[in-house]
Design a protein around this ligand. Sequence first.
Ligand code: ADP
Ligand code: MG
Ligand code: MG
Length: 898
Amino acid sequence: AKHVYTFGAGKAEGKADMKNLLGGKGANLAEMNLIGVPVPPGFTITTEVCTMYNEQGQEKTFEVIKPEVEAAVAQVEKLTNTKFGDKDNPCLMSVRSGARASMPGMMDTVLNLGMNADAVEGITKKSGNARFAWDSYRRFIQMYGDVVMEMKPASKEENDPFEEIIEQLKEEKGIELDTQFTTEDLQELVKRFKAAVKKETGKDFPTDPWEQLWGAIAAVFGSWNNPRAIYYRRMEKIPDEWGTAVNVQAMVFGNMGDTSATGVAFTRDAATGEDIFNGEYLINAQGEDVVAGIRTPQEITRSGSRKWAELQGISEEERASKFPSLEETMPELYKQLDETQQKLEDHYSDMQDLEFTIQEGKLWLLQTRNGKRTGAAMAKIAVDMLEDGKIDEKTALSRIDANKLDELLHPVFVPSALKSANEVAKGLPASPGAATGQVVFFADEAAKYPVSILVRVETSPEDLEGMHIAEGILTARGGMTSHAAVVARGMGKCCVSGAGAVKINYKTRVMTIDGKEFKEGDWISLDGSTGKVYEGKVDTKNPEMSGNFAKIMDLAEKFARMKVRTNADSPNDAKVARKFGAEGIGLCRTEHMFFEGDRIKAMREMILANNETERRKALEKLLPYQREDFEGILEAMAGFGVTIRLLDPPLHEFVPHEEANQKEMAQEMGISVEAVKALVDDLHEFNPMLGHRGCRLGNTYPEITEMQARAIIEAAVNLKQKGVDARPEIMVPLIGTVKELKLQADIIHETAQKVFEEKGAKVDYLVGTMIEVPRAAVTADEVAEVAEFFSFGTNDLTQMTFGYSRDDAGKFLPVYLEKGILKNDPFQVLDQDGVGQVVKMGVEKGRKVKPDLKIGICGEHGGEPSSVMFCDSVKMDYVSCSPYRVPIARVAAAQANI
Ligand code: ADP
Ligand code: MG
Ligand code: MG
């Protein structure tokens, strides 16, 4: 097999659709070459080699790929007219990781590889710029030392060891900025850096470029398994076996002086989705300087620069002289960049996130990818591109990450609360949203408070997990393309970046804003849409459904085959779900209703009754409550089916366990406390979830089923007489044999007949069952003889198919996920290979007997996109999920069908 793919000078062995093999970065570097965008030449070592590296080890792998790598380096040398390690004309390279799915900042990059005592002379001669040559050299030692030789800070309160040395030298020289270092200073840094490496690692810093190259390749492959990469994969559900590619590429230099620069840009606004080219750059800088927030980057466009200055409270004069845009400093190159960004966006017909470097007046592109964006931006960009005719409806729909729609439903600040809130600082609106929480200063302490705001000078990839946990992120430094901003937008997390007034002391754990102190644990609020920081808590409320949201829902409506219902136990939930487009209720649990007010007393009386007569008396009391509830829900869902499940949980859950409550109950029932206690103890079960519950209750106490059936049918008849189209579907839970269902169905039908006679009116209703015991799925053909519909209860079905207790799985599931025994938590993501096959069998056997049997799902999985797609593939009629997941399920249902 081929392990190395070259690109350069308008030719490439790879192309954009080879992401699986070349990683996203490598595939797009190849593609840019093919469409005439200037890219420094290089080559990509495939993701398959990463897998080989992890399975067969370094020695074996390098032996296999060595000839191809050497040939590819030779080609780069030829195209750049340089030589690796040469004294006069050295070739310097970058070594970059790049996985299939973009993992920004997750893996490590080494720049200026090939530097040594000879090369630095060669670069000096060639460029006539000794300072630049030595600056590149010291950067190389820093990056290589960090990435390959593991020179890390000793603790989280400590600085990076190289930064320590830099600070030390600055102090000795009495200077403040990196740019004030002279060539001699940089030479001194190189010397001290090397000495530090020797001291810390016991190894000499490698001088042979080939040794450097292989070391860097190994580090990139190794970084696939670093903790932050692993965490990111978990979060984004990226499989461990994908691996990363390695891109080796000729360097171009943004740090060659004032005609050189480097930057990052977006073809549209990644926060709002507006079609505005934007980005940041730095003159005389290299690579990571922009994202790492070391110097304050400047805006690329003039209008962006003005907006930035306004937010920072900087006058137009000061802005134009101190922070001019690229459009102003390098108008010709700006024009080229603007043309290139348009070309790239048109080519990929999606918003691009690009990296560029200008070396002595020549523009080079170093990366392009589909840009990460907020949920709001995702919706707007898809709708705008559709309306502009750039993509078709199906493409627009496929651009929606269903889970991200959730962000559009997130709370926003209550305007009046915001007005009276005390604004203490202002930064950049890096990622929209409203966040209120308690201040923490270290990512690994984000979980210290129930809701925290992570406050950092800047964030780094190590902070990922804490950023995920925190409610919002505030940074003192860094721009719109800083690590914090990019990652926060990807997570849909509120972020304010570059709030310059915020001074942080990590040692004392205090932040100071204009003399005002905020300690760890103090409350602050962030508005990620305006960049404002407020003191204390600010109230939030639910958002309005925006126009783009509605348009996407229309698209979903057009393409989905399956219907989406909701799980709702109250008229209010039903109304919310209707607004989100739910067409019916897939699961109405009756037991929640019993906990309200006085009802629980009647319920307890029923449970603690000694005989049928007593039980019937208590049930009489419950009937009107139930009827009233059902009327409310059936009315809120008028015109749509409402599946009502008969009593399901073990009775033990309803009875009083505390002494005071038992006393009260004893009084109520006119019996002794001891008697109540005995009755309660009697209900104890060793395995309640496999015990006396579901239809086992209805079959042992048929009068419960009778009462519930009566309440449902009476409610429906009452509504019909009011002119409301009520459509009850009565669902028997937890059956394992057809007879269990048959006996319950008989009671329901008899009761309905009685009610119809009493009322002199009829309604249509269905009797069906939940399929949640594996035996019910296996014998679904028999069950379907009686059932008029099936609803797969995949929570219990997962529990019983795996034999994992839902309530106890927390003890081992995390370990199982870590060890790769399971890919996902099966209670969140339907296990298609196992539980899914049981579902499939149930559907097929059921439909063999009743071809038009109505079938749906009502477990948590009904709102999880991959599970929804599975439900479509086995031809279910609908999925049902909680109200706020209805939009997500609707989009997933549509995506399953395009
Ligand atoms: P990440 O995936 O973390 O963005 P990259 O591989 O894109 O890492 O590298 C980080 C930065 O290094 C890039 O933004 C770019 O500015 C710089 N860089 C990478 N390769 C080169 C190169 N060949 N010449 C100049 N700069 C480079
Ligand atoms: Mg990059
Ligand atoms: Mg169940």
